[in-house]
Design a protein around this ligand. Structure first.
Ligand code: AMP
Length: 211
């Protein structure tokens, strides 16, 4: 089963994917995580991608496609996967349709005000990838990952200037993908108390055919 999680940065794609993937037994593929891994390992691709990422701009399509192809060819993707952060423009959406038959496209709906609040308070674990929020989901010990004890960091692109750029890129280049997908899109609200839990439950009911 191939599922696309679509939505602006900070709309909960990573958090909700980490809940849903356990229930469905398929991996969560985040192109942002794949690119950050390349940057961390200082690969040639990572070095090319880094400048775009730090500025909050989109990395060129051919570089993202290369990491995506490499990841989806791994054996754990045989039963499908949850895709988060791809497609980010209409060209990528067309490429994806040529590569796979997508079963579900969920669009995460959230206000810009809440996105800014979430991204500026987001902290991540550089080792295991766990995501925290200083207000709504703080770690048990300040600054330390609950799962692996590593010191948490703020992503460079979660700083104010990059957040503004990412939102502008989303509006100009990514949001038009919704028009391309048309009625294949299922909207899910990801704002408000308990939104991650409610949204995950809705998604699971739909993909399990319970609604
Ligand atoms: P994310 O973790 O999804 O917010 O992605 C972080 C950054 O990685 C983005 O701001 C882009 O610079 C880059 N990125 C991730 N996915 C894509 C994509 N599908 N196309 C282009 N750039 C991407």
């Amino acid at each position: 089963m191939i599922i696309v999680f679509f939505g602006p940065p900070g709309s909960g794609k990573g958090t909700i994917a980490s809940i849903v993937k356990k229930q469905l037994g398929i991996p969560h593929i985040s192109t942002g995580d794949l690119l950050r891994e390349e940057v961390k390992n200082k690969t040639e691709l990572g070095m090319k991608a880094k400048a775009y990422m730090d500025r909050g701009e989109l990395v060129p399509d051919e570089l993202v496609l290369e990491v995506l192809k490499k990841r989806t060819e791994k054996p754990d993707c045989k039963k499908g996967f949850i895709l988060d952060g791809y497609p980010r423009n209409v060209e990528q959406a067309k490429t994806l349709d040529r590569m796979f038959k997508i079963d579900y496209i969920f669009n995460f709906v959230i206000s810009e005000e809440e996105i800014i609040r979430r991204l500026s308070n987001r902290r991540i674990c550089p080792k295991c990838g766990a995501i925290y929020n200083l207000i709504s989901m703080p770690p048990k010990t300040p600054g330390i990952c609950d799962q692996c004890g590593t010191a948490l960091i703020q992503r460079d692109d979660d700083k104010p200037q990059a957040i503004r750029e990412r939102l502008s890129v989303y509006k100009k280049q990514t949001a038009p993908v919704l028009e391309y997908y048309g009625d294949r899109v299922i909207n899910v609200n990801t704002e408000g108390p308990n939104a991650s839990k409610t949204a995950s439950e809705k998604i699971l009911r739909i993909v399990k055919g319970e609604v």
